[in-house]
Write a protein that binds this ligand. Structure first.
Ligand SMILES: [Zn+2]
Length: 107
C-alpha cells in the first residue's frame, strides 16, 4: 500500500539531460526539475532572509546555464546541492522538492 510518506521518499535522483534533474519517488511518480529553477528556489540564509522570509537572491545573478556540481544526501530527509556558480549552502528537503514538483504539475 502506498502511504503519504512514500510521496516524499526518492528512490532515485539523477541528472536527466544537461539541464534537468530527475527524481523518481517511491510512489511511482517521476519529477523532472529544470536545475536553474532549483537553484532559484534555494531557501538558504543567503538567498532568503531568515527573519523576514524576504527573497534576497537576484535571479539575474544566476547564470542561465547553472548546473549542479555535486549532490549530497543530508540525513534521510534532504539533499544539499553544490552549484557551478559557487553556491552550496542550500538544503532541499524531500517534502519541499515534492511540493515544488506537485506545484509544477498543477500549473
Ligand atoms: Zn541559497
Amino acid at each position: 500500500m502506498k502511504t503519504d510518506q512514500d510521496r516524499q521518499i526518492p528512490e532515485q535522483i539523477r541528472q536527466s539531460g544537461p539541464g534537468h534533474l530527475l527524481i523518481a519517488w517511491r510512489d511511482g511518480v517521476e519529477s523532472v526539475f529544470p536545475v536553474r529553477e532549483l537553484r532559484l528556489a534555494c531557501a538558504c540564509a543567503h538567498c532568503v532572509d531568515e527573519w523576514t522570509g524576504e527573497y534576497k537572491l537576484d535571479a539575474g545573478s544566476v547564470p542561465e546555464d547553472v548546473r549542479p556540481t555535486r549532490i549530497k544526501a543530508v540525513g534521510r530527509y534532504a539533499i544539499q546541492i553544490d552549484w557551478t556558480d559557487g553556491h552550496g549552502t542550500g538544503i532541499y528537503s524531500f517534502d519541499r522538492l515534492r511540493e515544488l514538483a506537485d506545484r509544477a504539475e498543477a500549473s
